[in-house]
Design a protein around this ligand. Structure first.
Ligand code: ZN
Length: 469
């Protein structure tokens, strides 16, 4: 088996920081030893990387991506091939994407369709969650089988009536089922029925610009849905994971539930930490630039960010994923000219997450270990992939990033690798960058050169959440 040694770096995991050399054999990490120790010096290898002055961190685990997602008459512009390649560029070595069950079809149909999209195309490893759009007696039974097979998490929507929406009764039934089979319900928590009324009223009043997307999707309607989801989960005796939390009032609901000791978890995304309704209100030359920032839950006024950062420190929010769901400005976001409700919802970000969260370390929002916990270890544990993914320890997959904490660069659509014609972070300077990325022992990125290939990435059947008690 080929042997690789990474020498001289600061190895950072969620638990500790040590100056150590890392030995890889084949696809696995086999040993760590103090840099300069006789044990480390005795190691021979086919490939050696010098990580002096750099960090050696676990590959990022992005538990929320939507490659090729059909939405609003179009589809997310990154395929599994382009999206996983971009993820690798940004230091992410595992994604968990969402297979979609469409109304009237089985979960199996949706899962088969998504396997066909991903198989043979990914540069890094991937797992799948299941979006349930149609909770029926049959699909409830299918949930048990999927959990056994390694699709252990199910996303439901309190928003998007007529598409993904589930009413409270269906949500309760799915939660009851997950209480019995070990699955984890992931919730898009926004009151979509109320939002649709406000959308209709805004459009009737001629308020059609992108910024009204943010205004009608009120923070209170995120908080209300979050509260309701928590109570339904309590009634069902089921755990709950709330995706893409953006409103301060929703964070308060999560904090309250966690103070009660409930198995309730929250995720946020870099866009809610770094962007705001100021971006949504951008008009640009043609009056429509804000469409680039249309996603749901929406960007919030800047004042919400302090609550999100605080919750990341107190663990009331425990995961940062991207909700990567890119649509090109030209030809896709433009579908909503003259009607903000027709702008496809989603932002690109899978390539930017690790570096943006490192910037949060530089800025003093979180510690280095917390960075790795939020971006690697906790998502791996939450979705049944730990310790194979999310840490650097003997036996783990050799998904390793050599990260330069000093390199400064400017994020831009001109240089990023995502298949989308704009960057949500255009012009933003960050300090720190993934330089070399290994996936199961193979170099995918080496000092700014792509060495990966479509099909290297393998499908990851997952265990049940490792946080449930
Ligand atoms: Zn999503």
């Amino acid at each position: 088996m080929p042997r690789t040694v990474i020498r001289g770096g600061l190895v950072i995991t969620a638990a500790e920081e040590v100056h150590a050399d890392v030995l890889v054999e084949g696809e696995r990490i086999v040993a760590l030893a103090a840099t300069g120790s006789s044990a480390a010096q005795a190691w021979t290898a086919d490939t050696e990387y010098d990580a002096t002055g750099r960090y050696v961190i676990p590959g990022g685990v992005d538990a929320h991506t939507h490659m090729e997602l059909p939405f609003g008459g179009t589809a997310a512009s990154d395929t599994f091939e382009t999206g996983t390649r971009a993820a690798a560029w940004g230091g992410t070595t595992t994604i968990v994407d969402f297979a979609v069950q469409s109304v009237g079809h089985s979960l199996r149909d949706g899962l088969d369709t998504w396997h066909a999209k991903a198989e043979g195309n990914c540069a890094i490893d991937y797992g799948l969650h299941m979006i349930m759009s149609d909770v029926t007696e049959d699909t409830l039974k299918e949930m048990d089988i999927l959990v056994e097979e390694g699709v252990t998490s199910f996303k439901l929507f309190m928003a998007y009536p007529g598409v993904f929406y589930s009413d409270d009764g269906r949500i309760l039934r799915a939660m009851q089922r997950s209480a019995g089979n070990g699955g984890l319900i992931m919730m898009h928590a926004e009151n979509g029925i109320a939002i649709d009324v406000l959308v209709e009223q805004a459009l009737a009043a001629g308020r059609t610009d992108p910024r009204y997307h943010g205004e009608v999707r009120r923070d209170l309607l995120e908080a209300e849905a979050t509260h309701r989801a928590i109570q339904l989960a309590r009634v069902a005796g089921a755990p709950l994971y709330v995706v893409h939390v953006s409103a301060e009032q929703a964070v308060a609901e999560l904090a309250h539930a966690r103070d009660l000791g409930l198995n309730v978890f929250g995720e946020t995304c870099p866009q809610y930490l770094y962007l705001s309704t100021d971006n949504l209100a951008e008009y640009g030359e043609d009056g429509f630039e804000g469409a680039k920032y249309v996603c749901s839950t929406p960007l919030r006024p800047r004042e919400h960010q302090a609550a999100l950062w605080r919750a990341l420190r107190t663990n009331d929010l425990s995961v940062v994923s991207t909700d990567h769901c890119p649509f090109c400005f030209t030809g896709q976001k433009e579908l909503g000219r003259g009607d903000f409700s027709k702008i496809p919802n989603g932002l690109p970000g899978v390539e930017n997450r690790m570096d943006l969260l490192h910037q949060a370390v530089v800025d003093g929002h979180i510690s280095r270990r917390r960075w790795i916990e939020l971006a690697c270890a906790t998502p791996a544990r939450m979705f049944g992939l730990y310790p194979r993914k999310g840490t650097i320890s003997p036996g783990a997959d050799a998904d390793i990033v050599i990260f330069d904490p000093h390199e400064r660069y400017t994020m831009s659509a001109a240089t990023h690798h995502m298949n989308v014609d704009y960057s949500a972070y255009e012009g933003r300077q960050v300090t720190g960058r993934a330089r070399t990325v290994l996936s199961r022992g193979s170099a995918v990125i080496e000092e700014g050169e792509y060495r990966g290939r479509a099909g290297h990435g393998t499908y990851l059947p997952r265990g049940t959440s490792q946080y449930l008690h």
